[in-house]
Design a protein around this ligand. Sequence first.
Ligand SMILES: [Zn+2]
Length: 142
Amino acid sequence: MKSICCRNCNWVQHGFWDKDHNPLSRIVEDGLSEVLLSKEWIVVSSDWLRVSDIPFKAVRVFRSLRQRDDTEPTVINQPESALIEGERYEVEPRVYVACELRRRAKDIENMHWRTEKEWKEDNDESKANCPQCGTENLTCIS
Ligand SMILES: [Zn+2]
């Protein structure tokens, strides 16, 4: 995937879209329709929790430590500051889909050059300025 990077402020745009590869096609590819109808809670990573806007009270946290009597791990809710690598986090399917749609909507709003053609046209005409700092110090890497 090609990325556009600013050498001045480290702004990055990952990839471009086309008819078959865009946030809407990924909704199908990622099976969000099936997730929406699932009864199973979705296992998410701590990275997903950090980039989502999910309220932490909506997350089920499975402690990785066993109880003394070796019963199943306790399910508890913890404040956001308790986000710990290696814990198991689960999110209710509807909440997961809603978070994913909000995240993808932000991606759509913030995409600067939708296609590689748009990027090349602006770059060829020296109109490709960094959307964050305004410099012309952009590079496209593969
Ligand atoms: Zn910049």
